[in-house]
Design a protein around this ligand. Structure first.
Ligand code: MG
Length: 376
């Protein structure tokens, strides 16, 4: 015991000496910041993302997305987070503000107790996954900054293994769709929202201007399983690589039947919200679409990836419309994903962060500690 105390004493003296001698390395910063025993301070402010194009799903259209921007301060360091609240998911500026007002991070003075802190945040309510994600992301950013490393490294993932991101081509008139495909020249894989009576026209319009692989998201829009299977065969012949949430998430039998017969992977999105849904997806879908705003943040998303790997489910990492804050946070998980759909920040005109970028269609994580972002 004595020798252990001696060791700790010597180690802290050494760390202190490094600070005094002006060594600006990560260890000294780490020691300096953890010795302070500051309290964690959470702050937040609402923001509205402006979309470059009207965004049309099978059931709705819109031009803005409300988000909440969070910061967790610890001494001189700040971690950044974000909640994105597309209206169809039920969270809003008001609901997220109400949730965050209840979060008392000031009771914690050791940010490395991430599990304890995030368990506490999770215990405050049943739902509110985006609100919870905004705290989770800010805490991860802070801890990464304290350690001086980006999260993909802390998790042991290989940044070279990030996939290409798909780029969403919204539903529109044939002329506008062709124009959007031209604007998406940099991206290697296109994503199309289907689930309307114009589905075949949409695919044929894209095929008239490009041979790039396409992934399809039906957002539960197909109502008949045989129709869905026929469509999937038709789509496969036209270079589609997978189909996301073809039918109602509650219709387990039809989705399972389709996955059993489909020549393309079927990915569950609306059906797979959080960690507990991953096991249930086995046998119903070929893979799952993980999003920070559905599952409550990076901690749960990483758990879902590990669970999916154990269950031989394919993994896709997706997003909502988000700034480069939440997109960059999600990017750290993508070395473990077969596909990524992280175009959320590319679709807005008023981003306030820079971080993860897309280079030749591929996700490039910024070499910045934490989630890898800076304010613009
Ligand atoms: Mg989807």
């Amino acid at each position: 015991m004595d020798s252990r105390r001696d060791f700790i004493k010597k180690a802290s003296l050494l760390a202190g000496a490094a600070v005094v001698s002006g060594n600006a390395g990560n260890i000294s910063k780490f020691a300096l910041n953890t010795m302070k025993k500051d309290k964690l301070v959470l702050s937040f402010r609402p923001y509205t993302l402006e979309l470059k194009h009207v965004f049309t799903l099978a059931t709705s259209s819109r031009t803005t997305t409300p988000v909440m921007l969070t910061e967790v301060r610890y001494g001189d360091l700040v971690g950044y987070g974000e909640a994105s609240m597309p209206p169809y998911l039920g969270e809003s500026h008001d609901s997220v503000a109400a949730f965050l007002s209840k979060v008392e991070l000031g009771q914690f003075n050791d940010p490395f107790k991430l599990e304890e802190i995030l368990d506490y945040v999770d215990s405050l309510s049943q739902g509110n996954p985006a609100a919870k994600a905004s705290v989770d992301i800010a805490m991860h950013d802070l801890v990464g900054r304290l350690i001086g490393q980006p999260w993909y490294k802390i998790w042991g993932y290989d940044a070279e293994k990030t996939p290409n991101t798909s780029f969403t081509i919204g539903i529109d008139t044939p002329e506008v769709v062709k124009q959007k495909v031209k604007e998406a020249e940099e991206y290697k894989i296109l994503k199309v929202k289907l689930g309307r009576d114009t589905d075949k026209e949409m695919i044929e319009t894209i095929r008239s201007v490009t041979t790039k692989p396409i992934c399809v998201d039906v957002n539960q829009g197909w109502k008949d399983k045989q129709f869905a299977l026929d469509m999937i065969h038709w789509l496969k012949e036209r270079g589609v690589v997978f189909v996301e949430q073809p039918m109602d998430k509650k219709d387990l039998d039809s989705n399972a039947w389709l996955t059993g017969k489909s020549p393309l992977p079927i990915i569950g999105d609306e059906a797979v919200q959080g960690v507990s849904d991953v096991v249930n997806a086995k046998g119903i879908y070929s893979g799952i679409n993980i999003k920070l705003m559905k599952c409550g943040g990076m901690r749960n998303a990483n758990k879902m990836i590990n669970l999916a790997e154990g269950l031989s489910l394919k993994v896709m990492v997706g997003c909502m419309t988000e700034t480069s804050c939440a997109i960059s946070a999600a990017a750290h998980l993508t070395p473990k994903a077969e596909w990524a759909d992280l175009d959320g920040a590319l679709l807005i005109s008023n981003d306030i962060y820079k971080g993860t970028t897309i280079v030749d269609g591929k996700i490039k994580i910024a070499e910045i500690p934490g989630i890898g972002i800076e304010k613009i």
